[in-house]
Design a binder for this molecule. Structure first.
Ligand code: ATP
Ligand code: BTN
Length: 316
C-alpha cells in the first residue's frame, strides 16, 4: 500500500467508498478498512459514514502542493513533506547538504516539533501550519537578536488585516484572546562575521479543534476564533509573502519601524511582569522593546534592558 496515495485520495473533497478505494488500490475492502484503521491509530482523523465511505474530519485539510509549488518554486527551494521530525531540522540539513540560500520547508505533521529549550510543539496532521524559512543573510549573528519579534509582527499584521486581534508575548509567542495561538523558533548558524544561516520556524494553530489535545497551557486556533475552517494553503502563501517582505525591510532598515509597531500588539504592555531566567527573577513594568529586540523593564532600581534565548516573560 502506498500511504501517500491513500492520504491523497482521502484529501480530495467528499466521501471515498471502501469499494472505490479497493478498486483504485487493487485490494479488498477489508484490506482498505485495515489500512484506514492503521492510519487512525497513527493519529489521522478519518470519519466513516455507513453507505457513503471515508473522509477526513472537516478540520483536516492537506496542503495544495501543486499550488504552493506554482507560487513559490521560483523564489525558494521547497521541501514539502507529509511528515517530518521538525521543519527547522529539514532546513538545517538542506543548508548542510546543498548550496541553496533561500529554503522553505513545510509539512502536514511533525513528529518532533520543538519550541524553545526543546519543549514539544504539538503538530497533528493537516490541521495547523508548521513551516521554516531558511535564509543565508549577509549579516552577523549579533545583528539578528530582534528577528523573532520581526517575524511575530509580520504574522500579527497579516492576521490583523483579516480581523484577528493578535497579541505578541516577548520574545517569540503569538497569542489570541490571551491564549497561545502560535510560536516562533529562530535558530542561527554561523561565525562572528557575516554571512549566517537563519532558520525561522513558525507554528500556528489554524484548524485544530479544542477537544482531545494534550497541550499543557491554554491555547487557541484561528478556526475556533473565526468559527470557520481556514484554507491552510492560502494562509501559508500569505504568511510566507508577508514574512519575506518584513525580513527584507529589516535587513535594509533595521529594527526602528518594528520597535514603533510593537506596543500595538504587546501582550503585557505597561503591566507588571516577571522576567524569569532559571532561578533568577527580575520584576518590573514592561516598557516594550529596544532596537536590539531586548525587553525594557522599569525596575525599582531604574530601567534595565534584557535579552537572550533563555528568558521567559510572565505577568506578575
Ligand atoms: P515561554 O516562551 O514564555 O518560555 P512557553 O510555555 O510559551 O513559555 P515555549 O517554549 O515558547 O514555552 O512553547 C512551548 C510550549 O507551548 C509547550 O511547552 C506547550 O505548553 C505549548 N504548546 C505546544 N504545542 C502547542 C500548540 N500547538 N499550540 C499552543 N501551545 C502549544
Ligand atoms: C515556541 O513557542 O517555543 C516556538 C514553537 C515553534 C514551532 C515551530 S513549528 C515549525 C518549526 N519546527 C519546529 O520544530 N518548531 C518550529
Amino acid at each position: 500500500m502506498n500511504i501517500e496515495l491513500l492520504l491523497e485520495a482521502l484529501g480530495q473533497d467528499g466521501f471515498h467508498s471502501g469499494e472505490v478505494l479497493a478498486k483504485q488500490f487493487n485490494m479488498s475492502r477489508a484490506a482498505i478498512s485495515k489500512w484506514i484503521n492503521k492510519l487512525r491509530n497513527a493519529g489521522y482523523d478519518i470519519h466513516s459514514v455507513p453507505g457513503k465511505g471515508y473522509c477526513f474530519a472537516n478540520y483536516v485539510q492537506p496542503f495544495d502542493q501543486p499550488l504552493i509549488r506554482a507560487k513559490l518554486a521560483d523564489k525558494l527551494h521547497l521541501i514539502l513533506s507529509r511528515e517530518t521530525d521538525s521543519t527547522n531540522e529539514d532546513v538545517k540539513q538542506c543548508f548542510k547538504q546543498t548550496e541553496f540560500e533561500r529554503i522553505l520547508a513545510t509539512t502536514e505533521k511533525q513528529t518532533a516539533g520543538r519550541g524553545r529549550r526543546g519543549r514539544v510543539w504539538h503538530s497533528p496532521y493537516a490541521q495547523n501550519i508548521y513551516f521554516s524559512l531558511g535564509l543565508k543573510l549577509d549579516l552577523a549573528i549579533s545583528e539578528l537578536s530582534g528577528l523573532s519579534l520581526v517575524v511575530g509582527l509580520a504574522i500579527a499584521d497579516l492576521l490583523k488585516s483579516k480581523g484577528v486581534p493578535i497579541q505578541l508575548k516577548w520574545p517569540n509567542d503569538i497569542y489570541l484572546e490571551g491564549k497561545k495561538l502560535g510560536g516562533i523558533l529562530v535558530e542561527l548558524e554561523g561565525a562572528f562575521e557575516p554571512p549566517c544561516n537563519v532558520i525561522i520556524g513558525t507554528g500556528l494553530n489554524v484548524n485544530m479543534p479544542q477537544q482531545a489535545q494534550a497541550i499543557d497551557q491554554a491555547w487557541q486556533s484561528l478556526a475556533e476564533y473565526t468559527g470557520k475552517v481556514i484554507n491552510r494553503t492560502e494562509l501559508l502563501l500569505e504568511l510566507v509573502d508577508q514574512l519575506q517582505l518584513y525580513l527584507t525591510q529589516f535587513c535594509q532598515n533595521g529594527m526602528a519601524e518594528f520597535v514603533e509597531k510593537w506596543p500595538t500588539y504587546d501582550l503585557y504592555h505597561y503591566q507588571k511582569v516577571q522576567l524569569i531566567s532559571g532561578e533568577q527573577v527580575t520584576r518590573g513594568i514592561n516598557l516594550g522593546i529596544n532596537e536590539q529586540g531586548g525587553l525594557r523593564l522599569l525596575t525599582d532600581s531604574g530601567e534595565v534592558e534584557l535579552n537572550g534565548g533563555e528568558l521567559s516573560l510572565r505577568p506578575e
